[in-house]
Ligand binder design. Structure first.
Ligand code: MG
Length: 251
């Protein structure tokens, strides 16, 4: 397998970023752009919904409902708080507003060097991911972000431009035709994620040509389910192994 026949589909939050990092939502949830009460409210939701997201025993249908609720509640807080584009850009352009997983930088640089397309499919917030990558000099021309895009009206956040993407509906995403065109000629996929539902990012019909890598991120109870779902399971290791896997596919 040659690298030029390969592309990567990856989750962003707690996959490209570290397991203890702020998520792209968290950048706003924890920022002083929100009042203390609103921050507390966001934290309360996080403490309630995050364990549900990570619970492999809850049915997908049920989980999907909860994830949608979580997203809407946070988004409403942002809208009520009248966050502006300027403010959002400012907080997400700080180099340390999130924390990269060890080796992520090297991994993204490697993909850029060999021009391997990297498609980030995220239930996070596109504007924030983009600003963060940019400020860390990692927004390369081989990186494509498919995520929730903030809609602004007169400079204020009003919602999302797209049908909301949450962690359970990544299978319903229609890739932009520009990306479809790029991956059409590629034969093999390497998928990276930290939720079992991240495997739904695999485009239909491509399941057999996908090598699936999952990060357990310390959720040891999920080990069995992750072993069943992914081809390789790492706990919260660095990206070094992933780079090695790519290198081994290099002719
Ligand atoms: Mg994730």
């Amino acid at each position: 397998m040659e690298l030029k026949k390969l592309f990567i589909i990856t989750d962003f939050d707690h996959t490209i970023t570290d397991k203890d990092s702020n998520s792209s939502w968290g950048v706003l949830e924890s920022s002083t752009l929100l009042s203390k009460e609103s921050r507390k409210e966001c934290e309360k939701y996080k403490n309630y919904y995050m364990p549900i997201e990570k619970d492999c025993t809850i049915s997908e249908e049920e989980k999907s409902k909860y994830m949608k609720q979580w997203l809407e509640k946070n988004l409403n807080i942002f809208i009520k708080s009248k966050l502006t584009e300027k403010e959002i850009d400012r907080v997400s352009s700080k180099k340390d507003c999130m924390k990269l997983r060890k080796g992520s930088k090297e991994f993204l640089k490697f993909t850029n060097k060999y021009q391997i397309p990297v498609i980030i499919i995220s239930a996070g917030i596109s504007n924030i991911i983009e600003n963060f990558l940019k400020t860390n000099d990692l927004l390369f021309n081989n990186i494509y972000i498919v995520s929730n895009i903030i809609k602004y009206k007169e400079g204020y956040i009003k919602g999302f431009r797209n049908e909301a993407i949450h962690s359970l509906n990544k299978n319903e995403i229609k890739l932009p035709s520009k990306i479809e065109e790029i991956i059409k000629e590629k034969e093999k996929i390497v998928l990276l994620g930290d939720n079992v539902e991240d495997i739904y990012m695999i485009p239909k019909g491509r399941e057999n040509n996908t090598f699936k890598i999952g990060f357990l991120n310390g959720h040891k109870n999920n080990r069995k389910k992750y072993n069943e779902t992914f081809d390789i399971v790492y706990d919260d290791e660095s990206f070094t192994n992933v780079i090695d896997i790519l290198k081994n596919t290099h002719d």
